[in-house]
Design a binder for this molecule. Sequence first.
Ligand SMILES: C[S@@+](CC[C@H](N)C(=O)[O-])C[C@H]1O[C@@H](n2cnc3c(N)ncnc32)[C@H](O)[C@@H]1O
Length: 279
Amino acid sequence: MKTDFSRQLHEFRKSAGLTQEQLAEKAGVSFQAVSKWENSQSYPDIELLPLIASALHADIDTLLGYQPDRRDITWYDEKFSSREYYWGNQFWEGAYDVFRFLPPVKPLRLLDMGCGEGQAAVFFARNGYRVSAFDISENGLRKGKNLARINQVAVDFFRADLLKYHPGRSAGELFDVIYCSGALQYLPADIRAEFIAEAKAATQVNGIHILNVFVEKPFLETPPDWETDREYFWETGELFRYYHDWKIEKMEEQIFDCTSSGVPHRHCMDVLVARKITQ
Ligand SMILES: C[S@@+](CC[C@H](N)C(=O)[O-])C[C@H]1O[C@@H](n2cnc3c(N)ncnc32)[C@H](O)[C@@H]1O
C-alpha cells in the first residue's frame, strides 16, 4: 500500500520536473533508493529530509502528509476544496501587464506568490513564461496542478507560507517577473520591508514586479470575508515607497466593487508595476 510519503514524494518530484535519477543525485543516493521510497518499500534517512524537501520545493510536513494544526487551514483552503474554481477561469487583469511590460520573447522566469487555484500561473505558462507558483492552500495547489495538466503546460507549483518564504533562497536563477495578486495582505506590516527587499534582490536587472495590495480607507467598510486575525491592510502609498529605487512603470490606486462571499462590498487597492534598472 502506498504511504502518504511515497505519494507526496512522487507527486512533488513530477511537478518539480525531476527524474528519479536527478532527485537521487541531489540527495546523494542511488536512483534505486528513490524508486523504493516511491514504492513504499523503504524511507529515506531522516537527515536527508531537508535536502529532499528543498530539491522538491516542498516542506517536510507536507512530504510526510502531516498537517500540524487547523490554524494552517485558511479560509481560502476551505473555499478551494469544492470542485468548482472559486473565481472560475478569471484572474486579476494586472496579469496582462506582464505581457505589456515584459513580453515572453524568451522563456522568462516568473514567480506567482499566493497563486490560489493557479488560473494566472497557468495562463502565464501557456504564453511561454517559465512559471513557479506557490500558495499555502493544498487545495488551491491541487487545482492549479489539475489546470496545468488540462492545459498541457508545466508549472512548478509548490506549497509555501508567504510569512516564511525567502525568494532569494529559491533554487537556481533569479526571477524576471514576480507577480502577486490579492495575497500581500497576509504579510504583517513589520515583515514587509524585509520580504520586499529580498524579492527585489531575487530579481534580474530589467525584471519587473507586478503587485497589488488592499488599502484601508476610513470611508470603506472592512470586507465581510476579511480574516481579521491574519490579514493586514496596507496604507496608501506604502507599497510604492518600497520601490523608490526602481523605475515605476505604473502606480495606481483603485476602488472597485466586489461580491466575493456573496455580500456586495468595495475594496481599495494600490497597484504597482516596477522595474529593476540596476543591480
Ligand atoms: C485573494 S486569494 C488570491 C489568489 C490568486 N492570487 C488570485 O489572484 O486568484 C489569496 C490567496 O493567498 C493565499 N494565502 C493566504 N495566506 C497565505 C500564506 N501565508 N502564504 C501563502 N499563501 C497564502 C490563499 O490561500 C489564497 O490563495
